[in-house]
Write a protein that binds this ligand. Structure first.
Ligand SMILES: [Zn+2]
Length: 240
């Protein structure tokens, strides 16, 4: 209500808020709300611009850290620029992985399948792609071992999806590492591949299994998964 007892219209209300904020601002500057900071803020009980920028940088570093710590410690060294990575998986695989990273980033491709025998460098290559994405701001990316996905599912309470699966579904980029290593929960891994494919969410799968092994229903995945991972995906074969 205004002074005449009539309801205030919305424009008048917004204008009065603007005027009162202006008045507060004009009365400044105010001391920065952070203890021991000599800076000046434009509004009372707020931070100075330097402190706001510092808080934003800290929050960004935190989100980046959450993504990177999901990569197992033994794989965190893997970067595109690392000579050791080229030595491990070969120049050709590395250049394919760089191209895959570019296509994921631009949205041209959403599934990358990295196959090869144990120790060939599949997981390191996937870690390098993911690190590159995190560096470009994809902080909600997650690196999950298939075995851990299966185990989390087995240990979850009835009717409650484990946190690891919630993260896996919503990750900007999801790496499912070592598919085929999980003793239980292959149906969960299969479902994750389907869900992410349906949504067009970028997914990298590393596996020692061949396309025909994955297509074989007896191994717990089936033809649908095999087609998503091979026919409509970037395939990188590491080693022999
Ligand atoms: Zn300050």
């Amino acid at each position: 209500m205004n002074a005449n007892g009539k309801p205030m219209d919305i424009e008048a209300l917004i204008e009065s808020i603007r005027l009162s904020q202006e008045a507060t601002r004009l009365a400044g500057p105010y001391p920065c709300a952070r203890a021991n900071c000599e800076g000046q803020a434009v509004m009372p009980r707020t931070l100075c611009l330097e402190c706001v920028a510092r808080e934003e940088r800290a929050a960004e570093a935190g989100r980046q850290r959450d993504a990177i710590v999901s990569i197992p410690q033994t794989l965190r060294w893997a970067r595109f620029g690392s000579p050791d990575l080229e030595k491990l998986c070969g120049a050709e695989s590395l250049s394919k992985a760089r191209k895959a990273a570019e296509e994921i980033f631009t949205g041209a491709s959403s599934v990358v399948t990295i196959t090869g025998s144990a120790g060939a460098g599949k997981s390191s290559l996937a870690a390098a792609i993911m690190s590159a994405m995190v560096c470009r701001g994809w902080y909600s990316s997650r690196f999950l071992n298939a075995y851990k996905i299966g185990r989390a599912y087995r240990n979850a309470k009835q009717g409650e999806p484990p946190q690891i699966l919630t993260d896996a579904e919503s990750a900007r980029l999801l790496v499912i590492d070592d598919m085929g290593s999980e003793l239980v929960g292959r149906d969960v891994v299969r479902e994750l591949v389907h869900i992410r494919h349906a949504e067009g969410d970028p997914t990298i799968v590393t596996t020692w299994m061949t396309q025909s092994q994955i297509a074989d229903e007896a191994n717990g995945y089936g033809d649908g998964v095999a087609r998503r991972l091979f026919d409509r995906a970037i395939h990188i074969q590491v080693g022999q």
